[in-house]
Write a protein that binds this ligand. Structure first.
Ligand SMILES: [Zn+2]
Length: 357
């Protein structure tokens, strides 16, 4: 389970393509859900990855790095792109005592906070911990006849410096930086977009067994996290047994955290209606009961209106052969995360729910 995206999410690899999403209301009407899934796997997109603190860590391609590097001075380029080191006691940020954030000079990713800066006496800016461990990449470095641990920016892979294990408490680490690899933003200063966390949005879908829906949505580009849970019932904090019995009134549901710059709510709706059969009342294939009902829990009025309009359009199309859509659309209520063993079930156990034909 990629629980709380902002605390434990590591690297999430997603394969898929956007092209199919955009043609679902047109030419692709003939394609059933199975072909959607196949097409999603056919087109490999650049690996997406996000940090626990909500930053986009998707590696930058060579072209983008070259474009950004045009803003570097010769010294900065030598240090960041050619693994150089600035002379000690010469860097501009060595004695900086301001409160704020230190970002990667090339790509803007926040790397360190001023709170973790300390005077190491080495002549290079030193920190005892990174802004987010996922923002720093560590590599074994045997250059110069020494064995050291090089540190790079996780997003643009630029050289930053090295990390040593002779730092102060609480980590005992000393991140030794080149000033030239950093840019400092004082607290309160406006950060550029590349230095800000993603504006993450949430959506909720119930379409039968949550193992399958969660697994399929995990593969959609732009979906950062999918969590299985229970929603739409009366009993507070239900467990699986209560939901299974049908007495709690909840549906097996999936909560999505997504990057609206990568995938829109409309596109999520398109996937949802490919991932399950919205014409089956209180069941999906062999799974029968109100807990397997088709439902959308709208996070706000915009989603509510968009979901209703989408269903209306889909009902009017030929795709479902005139069968009536029974999907319930309602305002979101409490979402209760399912037990740990339900999370990432397909990823852990293999297989995938059968998709409707
Ligand atoms: Zn960077």
């Amino acid at each position: 389970m990629k629980t709380l995206l902002l605390t434990t999410l590591g690297t999430l690899v997603i394969l898929g393509g956007f092209t199919l999403l955009r043609e679902t209301s047109g030419r692709a009407q003939h394609s059933g859900p199975r072909s959607a899934q196949e097409a999603m796997a056919m087109e490999t997109r650049e690996h997406e990855s996000y940090s626990g603190s909500g930053y986009d860590l998707t590696p930058l391609d060579r072209k983008r790095i070259e474009a950004l590097a045009e803003n570097l001075t010769d010294d900065e380029r030598r240090i960041m792109l050619d693994q150089g080191t600035e002379p000690s006691f010469c860097g501009g940020l060595l004695s900086n005592k301001g409160t704020g954030a230190y970002t990667c000079r090339l790509c803007g990713l926040p790397l360190f906070k001023s709170e973790a800066k300390f005077e190491s006496g080495t002549g290079w800016p030193s920190f005892y911990e990174p802004f987010d461990p996922a923002h720093i990449r560590s590599l074994r470095d045997q250059s110069g006849g020494m064995v050291r641990t090089e540190i790079q920016c996780a997003r643009c892979r630029s050289h930053l410096g090295h990390v040593f294990d002779d730092g102060p408490k609480p980590t005992g680490l000393r991140y030794c930086l080149n000033s030239a690899a950093l840019k400092f933003y004082a607290e309160g200063a406006e950060l550029p977009p590349e230095s800000r966390p993603l504006q993450i949005e949430t959506a909720y879908f119930a379409g039968g067994c949550f193992w399958g829906i969660e697994d399929l949505f995990q593969k959609v580009p732009g979906v950062i996290e999918a969590v299985s849970g229970y929603q739409g019932g009366k009993l507070p904090d239900p467990d699986y047994r209560q939901v299974c019995s049908g007495s709690s009134g909840h549906a097996e549901s999936v909560r999505l955290s997504y990057d609206p710059n990568q995938v829109t709510y409309r596109q999520l709706l398109e996937w949802f209606f490919k991932f399950h059969d919205p014409t089956q009342l209180n069941r999906q294939g062999p799974d029968v009961g109100t807990q397997y009902r088709s439902a959308i829990f709208a996070a706000d009025k915009g989603q509510l209106a968009e979901a209703k309009a989408y269903i209306e359009g889909l009902q009017g199309s030929q795709r479902l052969g005139g069968r009536k859509i029974v999907t319930v659309v309602e305002q979101v209520g409490p979402f209760y995360e399912a037990e740990e063993y339900h999370q990432d079930y397909h990823a852990k156990h293999g297989g995938s729910c059968a998709l409707p034909q």
